[in-house]
Design a protein around this ligand. Structure first.
Ligand SMILES: Cc1cc2nc3c(=O)[nH]c(=O)nc-3n(C[C@H](O)[C@H](O)[C@H](O)COP(=O)(O)OP(=O)(O)OC[C@H]3O[C@@H](n4cnc5c(N)ncnc54)[C@H](O)[C@@H]3O)c2cc1C
Length: 512
């Protein structure tokens, strides 16, 4: 009899609600009671009581909570559900349901934004990774049409055998196209600006449930709002983006002082059409913080390879992880890592002559880090070239005074963005990408917020901005100073989405 009750109770928990009744009577009629004189009616009451007490004793199981977090591990949020739509009708259905039940919708790609952009409390989260099809390649027009949950890695797999490559993506290829549009990302090709420059059109399901084609000619207002709109203007479902030849590049490395590097970037990099990938890595050790820089440029040798270079896979992951961890935990580890980087001049082990696709898939797996106690986060600041030296000096002081555990810094050229509604690249400048480790406990987070605000103040003093895709530690005043167009952006949000059905913590922090 016990086994029978357990079975019934289990069905009841699984089915919940009305289903419990049905399963109980089913279970009951299947029970065989050996050596019992109970009537069916008495047994029925007993089973009913057992189910009720089981539900009362295990409330956690009866009401399961759905949690979501981003890659920083600092934004765990309880949501109502996570759904993976695969058609535009699925998205429309979710919007209908949210509007009729007064719920919110948030949108997630690979969840690498770090400031609550993919969630809000009790939202229906649309996980867009199910929208993962490559739709069409128009070779003469150099245009690729994909669904928005496709990653750059998938696109590289598709384009490489066809001799083509992406125009703008992040430094690495793990992100979705939709998430990249959501943040209006930038890459390492100094010839191109943020991704908006390379988008021809997209389809979007709006907060009212309409499906629109959006381009510079059609529904143009939404073109500049949804790119860099952090999912607040609807769900992007398909994207038409420009592609280029998978050219042959030669890697050139050098070492110079960071001071010299800024003028080198200005004079030698920003206007050279042959440089297709460029970045610099400053020394981040305590003794010589941002004194010298390892500078890497990939210069075009030929438009097309004579032979297709297969896509390279990441090597030496464990070794690189070990070295990074050493520098995460100790100052001498940072010294050792810099010593090795400087000696080798290139930490990727990639060949000197390399295809564009391969130069656009640097190692990333070694960054994967899970710890209960601490986390690695990113921050980024965009500073006019002329003020970069002064920002370096300000940054050095803050890092030293606040004892910030910087793991790496990358410098890149960033071209002015005059198309998106919330631009971070307000003029040609230097992008400072900071990779930082800090604790997850309350006081460590409060400290991270404090020094982040100090760095943002330094960026603002130097007429710069900060990247919105990372932790939302900036005060509302700092946001307003860095993004004066924010007022108009959020007014448009309320115009296109009067019910505020698309919601996330970014809007809650700065949009209200
Ligand atoms: C290790 C690392 C390296 C990085 N390197 C770079 C870099 O080189 N350059 C750079 O610019 N950034 C960089 N970033 C930041 C990164 O590009 C952004 O956070 C990007 O948004 C991540 O893409 P995702 O697929 O994870 O998007 P998510 O974080 O899942 O989503 C980002 C935003 O887009 C919205 N969104 C997602 N899909 C859709 C959709 N289909 N329709 C509408 N809105 C949508 C979301 O609601 C959210 O607001 C890096 C981040 C990390 C962690």
């Amino acid at each position: 009899m016990t086994a029978c009750i357990n079975t019934v109770a289990f069905h009841g928990i699984e089915g919940q609600g009305l289903d419990v009744q049905v399963k109980i009577s089913n279970g009951f009629s299947n029970c065989t009671i050996v050596g019992s004189s109970y009537s069916h009616q008495a047994l029925s009451i007993l089973i009913f009581l057992a189910v009720i007490s089981f539900l009362i004793l295990l409330p956690g199981q009866a009401v399961a909570q759905v949690r979501i977090n981003d890659v920083s591990g600092l934004n765990e949020t309880i949501v109502s559900e996570i759904r993976t739509p695969v058609t535009e009708e699925d998205v429309q259905e979710a919007i209908r349901e949210a509007l009729s039940s007064n719920k919110k919708i948030s949108i997630a790609g690979r969840r690498h934004s770090q400031g609550g952009h993919i969630m809000t409390d009790q939202a229906i989260v649309l996980d867009m990774t199910g929208f993962n099809k490559i739709i069409n390649l128009d070779v003469p027009a150099s245009l690729l049409r994909v669904q928005s949950g496709v990653t750059w890695a998938q696109i590289q797999d598709y384009l490489n055998p066809r001799g083509l490559a992406v125009k703008v993506q992040q430094s690495s290829n793990i992100f979705t196209v939709g998430g990249s549009l959501g943040a209006n990302i930038h890459g390492r090709d100094p010839r191109f600006g943020t991704i908006i420059d390379t988008i021809r059109s997209f389809r979007i399901v709006t907060p009212r449930g309409e499906i629109l084609t959006v381009s510079r000619e059609e529904n143009a207002d939404l073109f500049s709002l949804a790119i860099g709109g952090y999912g607040l203007f609807g769900v992007i479902t398909e994207v038409e983006l420009e592609v280029v030849q998978n050219s042959v590049l030669r890697r050139i490395n050098s070492v110079m002082s960071c001071k010299d590097y800024i003028s080198f970037l200005d004079k030698n990099i920003r206007n050279d059409p042959k440089i297709e990938v460029h970045y610099a890595r400053p020394d981040i050790t305590k003794r010589n913080f941002m004194k010298s820089c390892l500078v890497t440029s990939y210069i075009r040798m030929a438009d097309k390879p004579e032979q297709l270079q297969p896509l390279m896979q990441e090597k030496l992951v464990e070794g690189s992880k070990w070295l990074l961890n050493l520098s995460r935990k100790t100052d001498w580890g940072k010294d050792a890592r810099w010593f090795i980087q400087e000696a080798l001049l290139d930490e990727t082990g990639a060949p000197e002559i390399i295809s564009r696709n391969n130069a656009m898939r640097p190692p990333i797996e070694f960054l994967d880090y899970k710890s209960e106690a601490d986390t690695d986060v990113l921050q980024e600041y965009f500073i006019p070239i002329g003020n970069s030296e002064s920002f370096i000096s300000d940054l050095g002081k803050i890092v030293s005074n606040e004892n910030i555990n910087i793991l790496s810094i990358t410098l890149r050229f960033i071209k002015k963005d005059d198309q998106s509604s919330l631009p971070y690249a307000v003029e040609d400048g230097v992008a400072f990408v900071l990779y930082i480790n800090h604790g997850k406990d309350e006081s460590a987070i409060a400290h991270a917020k404090l020094w982040t605000q100090k760095i943002i103040d330094a960026a603002l003093r130097n007429n710069g901005t900060y990247y919105l895709t990372y932790a939302n530690y900036a005060s509302r005043e700092q946001f307003a100073a860095a993004y004066p167009l924010g007022v108009n952006f959020f007014e448009k949000k309320r115009f296109y989405d009067p019910s505020l059905v698309f919601m996330n913590k970014f809007y809650e922090m700065y949009g209200d």
